[in-house]
Design a protein around this ligand. Structure first.
Ligand SMILES: C=C(O[C@@H]1C=C(C(=O)O)C=C[C@H]1O)C(=O)O
Length: 371
């Protein structure tokens, strides 16, 4: 109910007359906005010329622009709306310097595609790859500028293939993105009871375990390479009793019926992605650093404590500690560690220096603005 006092409805003519001055003002403002946007684009183009051969994408600067805009915003536009608009403005300005090519785990319609599109904006050229390995290889071979890879999910934990690839790749992490993951159940079938088989990425099957055992206890679960691939397969002519779990984009892309929405067990289900490229990001003031470390004789009491001790002494927060077995080394592990701060921050640099002397192996995957 509106708390406005009741007003007699305007006649169509009176309404048109009342709106007219506002529309006139909007037309003037649009002309000013356009002029200002092109002025901004010219500045970006000038910066692009100065950069020469250096990387045009500067994640630390983009994070600072967005943080400044968030602080300046007086409304009524919502903070998220303003972020989306300025993300797009920067995407187009950057493309005038040089358009970026970004690889992601395809086919089209995956959550990684959504994360990449949101992070780089519409002007980036998104290139689907069949595997996470291939997304990295394309960038390593300089066939693409950046790769966006899933690293962990709030319900299911680490994406192990990504962690393994991070140990060996020469690429650096220079950005981070997070995405709320809402899964749909989609199919050519019209009703749930018709479904005898469910295709999805193993992570998605795991994220929807309760839903599947509650609503489709008899259906066979088939793990495939991505959720969009699951949707593509479920759309094949002979697959009339197959359903796929995945994003809404995939249902639309492959013309499938939506049998149920939000089938993830945890409504806060979120996936975190890293942006990998050839360059390191400079400090933005609100950064995170990802490291891979092997402790000497990690099975000895106190080895891990001694390795991590510089963090607590120097007041550095650890936001993640994950272990992975070393290939071919029975009961040997490497540790994936996220800390707050940039590798160039004095306290972080000091901690890394001390850890390097204590560790068997230490790799800084990269420092990047926190999502
Ligand atoms: C204009 C620049 O290049 C790119 C575009 C930016 C923008 O449009 O604000 C910011 C950072 C860079 O990714 C810059 O480096 O300042």
């Amino acid at each position: 109910m509106s708390d406005q006092p009741d007003r007699p409805p305007l006649t169509p003519e009176a309404l048109a007359q009342a709106i007219a001055p506002h529309r006139e003002r909007i037309d003037q403002i649009d002309a000013q906005l356009l002029e200002l946007l092109n002025q901004r684009a010219n500045q970006a183009r000038a910066i692009g010329t100065l950069k020469g051969e250096a990387a045009v994408y500067r994640p630390e600067r983009e994070a600072q622009v967005l943080a400044r805009i968030a602080a300046l915003n007086a409304g009524p536009l919502h903070g998220n709306a303003v972020q989306r608009i300025f993300r797009e403005v920067m995407s187009e300005c950057l493309a005038l310097e040089r358009p970026l090519t970004v690889t992601y785990l395809g086919p089209r319609g995956t959550f990684t595609e959504q994360a990449a599109a949101r992070h780089f904006g519409s002007a980036a050229l998104l290139q689907p790859c069949a595997t996470i390995d291939e997304t990295l290889r394309e960038v390593e071979a300089r066939q693409a500028d950046y790769a966006v890879v899933p690293i962990e999910n709030s319900s299911e934990g680490a994406v192990n293939r990504t962690l393994d690839l991070l140990t060996s790749t020469e690429l650096r992490a220079c950005g981070e993105a997070t995405l709320r993951i809402h899964h749909l159940l989609m199919s050519q079938a019209q009703e749930l009871p018709e479904v005898i088989q469910v295709y999805a990425h193993p992570q998605a099957l795991a994220q929807c375990r309760d839903f599947l055992s509650r609503c489709l206890p008899q259906a066979e679960q088939v793990a495939v390479s991505s959720n969009a691939e699951a949707a593509r397969l479920a759309a094949q002519p002979q697959q009339t009793h197959t359903a796929a779990i995945g994003p809404g984009q995939a249902a639309a892309l492959y013309g499938l019926n939506v049998l149920d929405q939000n089938v993830e067990d945890d409504p806060n289900n979120t996936t975190r992605f890293l942006v990998l490229g050839h360059q390191a990001a400079g400090p933005s003031g609100a950064d995170r650093t990802t490291l891979i470390v092997a402790a000497p004789q990690a099975d000895h009491a106190g080895a891990m404590h001694r390795l991590l001790e510089p963090f607590s002494r120097l007041g550095i927060s650890m936001t993640k500690l994950e272990s992975r077995p070393v290939r071919g080394g029975l009961w040997q592990y490497v540790f994936f560690i996220d800390i707050e701060g940039h590798a160039d921050d004095p306290s972080v640099a000091q901690a890394l220096l001390e850890m390097r002397q204590r560790a068997n192996f230490l790799k800084v995957v990269g420092s990047y603005p926190r999502a």
